[in-house]
Design a binder for this molecule. Structure first.
Ligand code: RIB
Length: 333
C-alpha cells in the first residue's frame, strides 16, 4: 500500500509537508502543493482515514438510528440527511432497529465505538437505557420526529397535534360525525399528539369522544388492515377513519374493499405522512403532509453545526404539517 512516506519521497518534500497539504493544517506554497498533488496522483495514494481520524479526533461520519427503514417516511428523512451530510463532507452510517428498543441501545453503543462525530436519533419507543446512555455521553445528538421530553438536546419535529386536528376537521367539514382513529404505537409522541388533535377537533364540534373508536395501531399496513376490520364489525360502523400514518391508511382501505365496501363512498379515509405511494394508491389518499426530506436536511445541518460548536443552547424546530385533499374522502351522504 502506498504510504505518506512514499508520496513525500516522490514529491521531494517532508512527510509533514504532505500531511499539511492533505489536511490543510498549515500554509504550503503553491509550488510545493502542486508537487505533492502530482505525487499523490502518480502513486494513486489514498490517505489512511483511520490514522487521520485518530490525529484529528474526528471521523467526519455521523450515525442515524431509525426504527423502520422499510417505511418510506424514514427513507425520505434519511435521504435528506444523506444529501446534506454529503454536501458538508460527512459520511452517514444508517442503523435500522426494526422497532426493537434493545437493538436501539446496541446501535448507540456501536456508533460510539465507531467514533462517529454525532448521531441523528429517531426513537423506537420508550427506552430509559437509551436516554441514560445518551445523557452519559458527550456526543452531539439530535432527536428527529419523536420528541423525548427528558432529553435536552437539539430536535426537529412536526406539529402532530395540528396535523391530527386538520385531518379530523376535514372529515367533520364533510359532515362525518362517527370518525374512528387508528393511532400509532401508544408510547411515542407522534401517536399521542395526533390523537390529541383528533379529540380537539371533535370537542370543538361538540361531539362526544367514543374511546371504542380510538384503536392503537402499529404504523404498519397490517395494523391498519386489522383495526379497520375490527371497526367494520361494530354495530354502528364509522363513516370515516383517520389513520395516523399512510401505511395504516392503505391497509385500512384494503380491508374496507375486502368487505365489499367502497372508499370513499361508504367510508372516507385520511392518512398522515404523504409518502409517495399516497398519490398512487386507489383511491389516491387524502393525507397530512410531513416535510420529510426537509426534516432530514435540517437535522443533518443542525447536527453538524453542533459538532462544530458544542456550546450552543439546545434548539427545538417545530415544522408545520399541511392537509392534502385527494380522492379518499367525500361528503357523508
Ligand atoms: O410512518 C411512520 C410514522 O412514524 C410517521 O408518521 C412518523 O411521524 C413516525 O413517527
Amino acid at each position: 500500500m502506498i504510504t505518506i512516506k512514499d508520496v513525500a519521497k516522490e514529491a521531494g518534500v517532508s512527510i509533514a509537508t504532505v500531511s499539511h497539504v492533505i489536511n490543510s493544517t498549515r500554509y504550503v506554497s503553491d509550488e510545493l502543493s502542486k508537487k505533492v498533488h502530482l505525487a499523490i496522483e502518480k502513486l494513486s495514494y489514498h490517505p489512511n482515514d483511520i490514522a487521520r481520524s485518530l490525529k484529528k479526533k474526528k471521523t467526519y461520519t455521523i450515525g442515524m438510528i431509525m426504527p423502520d427503514n422499510s417505511n418510506p417516511f424514514f427513507a425520505e428523512v434519511a435521504l435528506g440527511i444523506e444529501m446534506k451530510s454529503f454536501d458538508l463532507s460527512y459520511n452517514v452510517i444508517f442503523c435500522n432497529t426494526n422497532r426493537n428498543v434493545q437493538k436501539e441501545s446496541t446501535y448507540l453503543d456501536l456508533l460510539l465505538k465507531k467514533r462517529v462525530d454525532g448521531i441523528v436519533f429517531v426513537s423506537s419507543g420508550i427506552n430509559i437505557n437509551s436516554v441514560k446512555f445518551i445523557k452519559s455521553q458527550k456526543i452531539p445528538i439530535i432527536v428527529v420526529d419523536r420528541e423525548i421530553k427528558r432529553l435536552k438536546v437539539d430536535s426537529v419535529l412536526v406539529d402532530n397535534l395540528s396535523g391530527g386536528y386538520q385531518a379530523t376537521k376535514h372529515l367533520l367539514n364533510l359532515g362525518h360525525k362517527r370518525i374512528a382513529c387508528i393511532s400509532g404505537p401508544s408510547l411515542i409522541t407522534p401517536s399521542s399528539e395526533r390523537i390529541e388533535g383528533y379529540k380537539k377537533a371533535l370537542m370543538e364540534a361538540s361531539l362526544e369522544i367514543d374511546e371504542k373508536l380510538i384503536l392503537m395501531g402499529d404504523f404498519q399496513f397490517e395494523g391498519g388492515y386489522k383495526y379497520a376490520k375490527k371497526l367494520l364489525r361494530m354495530k354502528r360502523i364509522p363513516t370515516a377513519i383517520f389513520a395516523c400514518n399512510d401505511l395504516m391508511a392503505i391497509g385500512a382501505i384494503c380491508a374496507i374493499k375486502e368487505e365489499g365496501l367502497s372508499v370513499p363512498k361508504d367510508i372516507s379515509v385520511v392518512g398522515f405522512d404523504d409518502i409517495a405511494l399516497a398519490s398512487f394508491c386507489d383511491p389516491k389518499l387524502t393525507t397530512v403532509i410531513q416535510p420529510k426530506y426537509i426534516m432530514g436536511k435540517l437535522a443533518a445541518n443542525m447536527l453538524i453545526e453542533r459538532i462544530r460548536n458544542k456550546e450552543m443552547e439546545p434548539r427545538r424546530k417545530l415544522l408545520k404539517t399541511e392537509l392534502i385533499i385527494r380522492e379518499s374522502t367525500i361528503r357523508k351522504e
